[in-house]
Design a protein around this ligand. Structure first.
Ligand code: 5GP
Ligand code: ZN
Length: 117
């Protein structure tokens, strides 16, 4: 996608603090961290919603999740981490390219991202 900020990061057109890359995904630091450790695991294929995934996309996402679990200790997430995937307007998804937030490095509150009344 031409105008997608995460596609541009994946292509190296926009700089990022990259912690991991393979043929399926990158893991970068979130530019606006909501926890001491806040990463974004971004599948390289551009799609916005789980509902858009092909069977192959879902299989690749499962591989990404396994890799995240393998890498967690080396990312400073050895005591646990929270996984958030925002989907659509009510979740306030701001970037239309599926990504997995990984939050940790500290004891987190019971809520993930905030809820506005
Ligand atoms: P969403 O709200 O779509 O679930 O999350 C998008 C996330 O991307 C936000 O947490 C935001 O801080 C992060 N973000 C937006 N633009 C950039 C960027 O250019 N670089 C990095 N590293 N993170 C970004
Ligand atoms: Zn994209």
């Amino acid at each position: 996608m031409d105008n997608c900020i995460f596609c541009k990061i994946i292509k190296g057109e926009i700089p990022s603090k990259k912690f991991y890359e393979d043929d399926l995904m990158i893991i970068i630091a979130d530019v606006n961290p909501r926890a001491k450790k806040h990463y974004l695991a971004i599948p390289k294929k551009h799609y916005k919603y789980f509902s858009e995934m092909t069977v192959g996309d879902a299989a690749n996402l499962a591989k990404c999740i396994s890799k995240i679990a393998e890498l967690a200790p080396s990312l400073g997430l050895e005591n646990g981490y929270r996984v958030i995937v925002n989907q659509g307007d009510d979740a306030v998804q701001t970037v239309p390219h599926l990504h997995i937030h990984l939050l940790g490095g500290q004891k987190l509150g019971i809520g993930g991202f905030t809820v506005d009344e």
